[in-house]
Design a protein around this ligand. Structure first.
Ligand code: FE2
Length: 406
């Protein structure tokens, strides 16, 4: 089976290498937004996609002022739910079509950006339902211009090939994955992440770190994805504690947005691994926030891989200047693992998740392995017993024990 999986991973690597994944044009700050708006033809209406909370918090205020100053006609769709549904996509599409919009400006977290991608996809795939866009390469048509402005530093959705949507009828979550879903433009505005609470800054930041590490230690990395992963890890190790402690530090906030963007570029080419495979099951069964689930699982999964990933971890340690060149790979890897563990402690990431139920562990592990095999090019394969052991590591056995352990 392992041989079959590796053949599949090799084929994935060849597809990414041969076809190539586009990169959004990258702009920085409100100056970057003003620059992008100058490229937009004033007679073409824009659909602004966001959620109600961001709108009410005034996060869009400056952006909407800039749109008006440039005399650009815009229409608002702000009903995107925290887990966007098919109805959100369809309702956004109604506004897009009825107002004869020619492009989309999406401002929000991963949910908003994913919803905007699917509105764009449906606008060029009028005969296909949102459900029919599920899976690989179901769009294959150029989307209208889509400018993505993330308000959290973590998902990297502003540069990835995927969009996730919920189907309330079947109570399932599914992803559309297509090179056409990469936004045409991305703008990173540090001020928009200033009001993000510290615990969300922590969890989303570790989500980005996990994207970078899993893509780097996986088996299908290319020079480009490896470089982006290393840049992201270095930025996160240096800036996440600052962004967590001092949310108003705009330099740290901007560096975290850049790190998330780079990590997104890395994992959209080189995929993720068991941290994500298991975390997705916690999200599906208990509603555990994605970043938190990844944060709790990162160390147990890295420790499971063991010496097989020491050379890759040593590369990362060297790049981040954590070690001396003459040290062994083992020492370098251990130094990096220690640094990550210290970072998790500094930003108060728990070691366990109280929502996990003992009776669910077997099924959670089965589902995680089903997701990972063969799609994720993991460095070492995990079996059912090993996966259950990792879930047990982050499971609280008794409420009285929770305080002591977590
Ligand atoms: Fe993630």
């Amino acid at each position: 089976m392992a041989f079959f999986y590796r053949c599949y991973h090799f084929a994935l690597k060849c597809i990414v290498l041969l076809i190539g994944i586009p990169n959004p044009r990258l702009y920085m700050g409100y100056d970057g937004l003003a620059q992008w708006l100058k490229t937009w033809q004033k007679n073409k209406p824009l659909l602004v996609v966001t959620d109600t909370t961001l709108l009410e918090l005034g996060v869009l205020k400056q952006t909407l002022i800039l749109l008006d100053e440039q005399n650009i006609t815009w229409h608002l769709y702000n009903d995107v739910a925290p887990n966007p549904s098919i109805d959100n996509v369809e309702n956004g599409l109604v506004v897009y079509n009825s107002q004869k919009c020619a492009g989309i400006l999406a401002i929000g977290g991963g949910s908003v950006l994913d919803c905007a991608k699917l509105i764009g996809a449906r606008s060029v795939k009028a005969k296909k339902s949102t459900q029919q866009l599920k899976g690989l390469f179901k769009v294959l048509t150029k989307l209208p211009p889509l400018c993505a402005i993330p308000t959290t530093a973590g998902t990297g959705s502003e540069t990835t090939v995927a969009a996730v949507v919920n189907d309330p009828k079947t109570q399932t979550k599914y992803a559309a994955t297509d090179f056409a879903l990469v936004p045409s433009d991305a703008i990173l505005i540090a001020e928009l992440t200033q009001s993000v609470p510290d615990f969300i800054t922590a969890a989303t930041g570790i989500d980005a770190l996990t994207h970078a590490i899993e893509s780097y230690i996986g088996k299908i990395g290319l020079d480009f994805s490896d470089t982006k992963a290393l840049q992201a890890i270095d930025l996160i190790l240096n800036n996440l504690p600052v962004a967590y402690e001092s949310g108003d530090d705009l330099a740290a906030r901007e560096n975290m947005l850049l790190a998330s963007f780079y990590a997104g570029q890395a994992f959209t080419r080189a995929s993720v691994g068991y941290v994500h495979a298991i975390a997705h099951q916690f999200g599906a069964r208990y509603g555990t926030a994605h970043g938190l689930a990844n944060s709790v699982l990162l160390m147990p999964v890295l420790n499971f891989y063991g010496p097989a990933i020491y050379p890759k971890l040593a590369d990362i340690a060297d790049y981040c200047k954590l070690t001396q060149p003459e040290q062994t790979d083992q020492l370098k890897a251990q130094q990096l693992l220690k640094t990550i563990a210290q970072l998790l402690a500094t930003i108060h990431i728990p070691k366990c998740l109280p929502e996990i139920q003992s009776g669910d562990i077997k099924e959670l592990a089965e589902a995680a392995l089903k997701e990972a095999h063969p799609d994720y090019p993991v460095p070492v394969f995990m079996n059912q017993t090993q996966c259950e052991a990792i879930i047990r590591e982050v499971y609280i056995q008794q409420p009285s024990k929770a305080k002591a352990v977590c």
